[in-house]
Design a binder for this molecule. Structure first.
Ligand SMILES: C[S@@+](CC[C@H](N)C(=O)[O-])C[C@H]1O[C@@H](n2cnc3c(N)ncnc32)[C@H](O)[C@@H]1O
Length: 296
């Protein structure tokens, strides 16, 4: 199959996720449909796959027609409501392949990439009212600092926030290249590429409220997976991976919420990473980390 988005760690995620071929599964991040397609190939005729994506473009491009398959335009934070609405109480497994797809990244008008000059948008759900322009032009210095420090892990987060504040006093920052032109990154092409990738990613995380949504999704998932059912999460940066790892390993989601009994048991102590061959075939897979856990 030729997918719009090359699915990452496909064999590793599907083999570990499916424990009951007649079960009900959720692909929380449909994207280009590669994982959903592979899950359906592994399931029996009696099984069900519910898939979600908060991006309408991804839903529109769906190519899977299968009685066992049900696709919804929704945010995975609402996973429990969506299942309840479909008269489903518990599931055998949930997959989440976090972040954005190539469909989004390579779209020259969505604002996810500094390769294209367009309006600073970065909304995965284009119905949401809140874009990267709101973040860059309306956030306080402290709020901007928080984004660059926490989500971009920039040591010089203060300096980045200062530059944005100084620029917007004269003129709003409206396009991707307005943002790019604010920064001169010394050093190699690789260093420059990495800087902008982290800068764009940190803003995208804020625009889509990705950290809060992920935490709530993990909590909700722990309530709807059957005992011995599994959760598989693929993350692409350390901020996300840390949240997933601590929750699956220790049941800790924030400093306050601490389960008396840990809801999951890790299947592999360490995260599964793409092979050298996969990274050659799909360089976008290089930072992927897959963590799998079983409901206790
Ligand atoms: C990395 S891609 C998934 C690729 C997919 N596994 C495949 O094989 O093509 C991530 C997808 O998840 C969607 N997404 C991200 N966060 C979401 C959320 N909170 N709720 C629903 N969909 C989300 C994005 O819109 C994007 O389409």
């Amino acid at each position: 199959m030729n997918f719009h988005h090359k699915p990452v760690l496909i064999k590793e995620s599907i083999e570990n996720l499916i424990t009951d071929q007649d079960g009900i599964y959720v692909d929380a991040t449909f994207g280009g449909g590669g994982h959903s397609y592979a899950i359906l190939n592994k399931l029996n005729q009696k099984a069900t796959l519910i898939a979600l994506d908060q991006d309408k473009e991804s839903i529109k491009k769906n190519f899977i027609i299968d009685e066992r398959f049900h696709l919804f335009h929704n945010n995975f934070i609402h996973i429990r409501d969506i299942l309840n609405h479909n008269k489903i109480d518990k599931v055998s497994g949930i997959l989440a392949d976090l972040g954005i797809s190539s469909l989004q990244m390579d779209n020259p008008i969505r604002g996810f990439s500094n390769r294209f000059n367009c309006l600073l948008d970065m909304r995965m759900n284009t119905e949401s009212l809140y874009s990267a322009q709101n973040v860059l032009n309306e956030y306080s210095k402290q709020e901007l600092f928080h984004i660059f420090y926490e989500y971009g892990e920039f040591k010089n987060a203060q300096k980045i926030a200062d530059k944005i504040l100084k620029k917007r006093l004269k003129k709003n920052i409206t396009t991707t290249w307005d943002l790019v032109h604010l920064f001169f990154v010394k050093g190699s092409f690789k260093k420059r590429k990495r800087f902008f990738a982290r800068l764009f990613q940190s803003i995208r995380i804020e625009v889509n409220n990705e950290i809060n949504v992920l935490k709530n999704f993990l909590l909700e998932s722990s309530k709807i997976i059957l005992p011995k059912g599994r959760i598989a999460v693929i993350s692409y940066h350390s901020v996300e991976d840390r949240i997933v790892k601590y929750f699956l390993k220790k049941g800790i989601i924030t400093n306050q919420i601490n389960f008396q009994t840990i809801p999951f048991r890790m299947i592999h102590k360490k995260a599964i990473k793409p092979s050298f061959q996969e990274i050659i075939n799909n360089p976008r897979s290089r930072s992927a980390k897959l963590r799998i856990a079983e409901k206790t």
